[in-house]
Ligand binder design. Structure first.
Ligand code: ATP
Ligand code: MG
Length: 439
């Protein structure tokens, strides 16, 4: 079968089991269960998206997405542990404890004649708001974002179905938008962020035509709801490749749409500190993920927004506010402005502020203060943050070192450390009386 893609003829291909490396032993048991149950109920069932892409690249897939010709309601009837989600895209989530297998019904392309029931909703500017018209596997392939994300692994015969030339692009190391990049980015500007995310993660080149359009159309991200951009930020920065992703986002002028205040500070050449702090924080995040340690959006946002907060904090102090008042006001104002770009749920913004507010307090360690901080629920995060700032040259190394030791020693030694800091009070009582002057 032949079809056209940006002027190129593309032959749909079926790559048989013996000609590709995907093996069932690399697929999660739960995903296999879902595939087989669909197949046994006489539906078509394919693995698609990142799972197939990553397995073809010899990488461990992050999750498994399934495409089928069963409608969402039919999927729900097959699985007890199923939940239908999404308005923009109606999807079935099959829940297995912490693992979620996403099952999507084949969709027709936007603008297709089959749009009789109003299942597709497109804005004037071309953005797709709703896309729920069902179609065939081939139609489904053409409405996906990149060719390498449109490869389907068929549970029926273990072959891979390729309608868009994804196999060739996997071999060429090319991230190619399916269809016209301009139209596809206008339909959904988040695809530009996805391009950068995949390019950073798997080290592929973005094809030149798409690249040019990213520079041109990045500004469309301002129309994307802040909540969706928050979800995307988490995928960009908590996916294990935060540092490369950050550098690429800045390269394509996309970072400014996610963190406008941070970009302003980074763009001020003379100030290297924010760049080092952000890069270190992202490097740490990647390392923690690599080691299987937990990461939190609170810490990530704390690092990304610290320089704007710090600048406003200094400014407000210069205007006469106390250090504490200035910091609290600066943090509120930065959060309010950030929420216009990406949302940040309160369960993250509260601990983020704790981390910030504890920074000046970590310097004041005398008397009972050190102990109070040490017992604070967010002490460890605040200390980690202090270390980052010290490494970036923006906090006192001696203070950071003091806290490192404080955590390592026993209570008696801690008391001694605090005693050494506590300034000696002047002795009472023996002061010479002032001479009374009598007139
Ligand atoms: P990851 O490894 O991060 O999960 P992924 O490619 O699987 O990468 P998902 O967000 O899980 O990404 O989406 C699954 C698949 O759905 C994609 O591979 C792509 O085919 C399709 N898709 C997702 N988002 C879009 C979009 N905005 N536009 C078009 N297709 C999309
Ligand atoms: Mg996926």
């Amino acid at each position: 079968m032949e079809s056209k893609h940006r002027g190129h003829k593309i032959n749909s291909r079926i790559i048989s089991r013996s000609d590709h490396p995907i093996s069932r032993s690399n697929i999660s048991e739960n995903a296999l269960k879902v595939l087989y149950r669909l197949k046994n109920a006489e539906y078509q069932a394919f693995l698609v998206g990142g799972g197939v892409r990553d397995m073809l690249l010899g990488r461990e897939p992050k999750d498994f997405d399934i495409a089928t010709d069963a409608s969402p309601d039919e999927v729900r009837n097959l699985f007890r542990n199923c939940r239908l989600v999404g308005r923009r895209f109606r999807l079935a989530h099959i829940l297995f404890g912490r693992e979620i297998i996403e099952v999507a019904t084949f969709r027709a392309q936007a603008g297709d004649e089959s749009d009789q029931d109003g299942g597709i909703e497109v804005e004037e500017n071309g953005r797709i708001l709703r896309d729920n018209v069902y179609g065939t596997l081939e139609e489904d392939a053409w409405r996906r974002d990149f060719t390498i994300n449109a490869l389907y692994y068929n549970i029926e015969d273990f072959s891979v179905v390729d309608h868009t030339g994804g196999m060739a692009d996997i071999e060429a190391g090319l991230l190619r938008v399916i269809g016209e990049p301009e139209q596809r980015f206008r339909e959904d500007p988040v695809r530009m962020l996805r391009a950068v995310r995949f390019a950073a993660k798997i080290g592929f080149r973005i094809d030149p035509e798409s690249e040019a359009k990213i520079y041109e159309l990045g500004h469309l991200l301002k129309d994307i709801p802040a909540a969706r951009l928050f979800d995307e930020v988490l995928k960009l920065f908590l996916g294990g490749y935060a540092l490369q992703t950050f550098e690429l986002l800045r390269h394509y002028n996309l970072f400014e749409h996610l963190f406008p205040l941070t970009e302003e500070e980074l763009a001020r050449e003379e100030n290297h500190f924010p760049h080092i702090l952000v890069a270190r924080a992202l490097e740490n995040t990647d390392a923690r993920i690599e080691q299987g340690k937990p990461v939190t959006p609170a810490f990530l946002y704390a690092a990304l927004l610290w320089e704007p907060v710090r600048q406003q904090w200094l400014q407000l102090q210069a205007e006469g506010l106390s250090s504490q008042q200035a910091l609290s006001q600066a943090s509120q104002s930065v959060i309010a402005q950030q929420l216009e770009a990406t949302s940040l749920p309160r369960r993250f913004s509260t601990p983020m502020q704790d981390i910030w507010f504890m920074q000046p307090r970590l310097e004041k360690r005398s008397g009972k203060r050190a102990w109070r901080l040490f017992e604070h629920a967010r002490f460890r995060a605040a200390y980690d943050f202090l270390l980052l700032c010290a490494e970036a040259g923006e906090a006192d190394n001696d203070v950071a070192e003091w806290w490192t030791v404080f955590q390592e020693v026993d209570d008696d030694e801690r008391k001694a450390m605090v005693r050494k800091l506590t300034p000696k009070r002047p002795r009472r009582g023996r002061r010479p009386h002032k001479k009374k002057t009598s007139d």
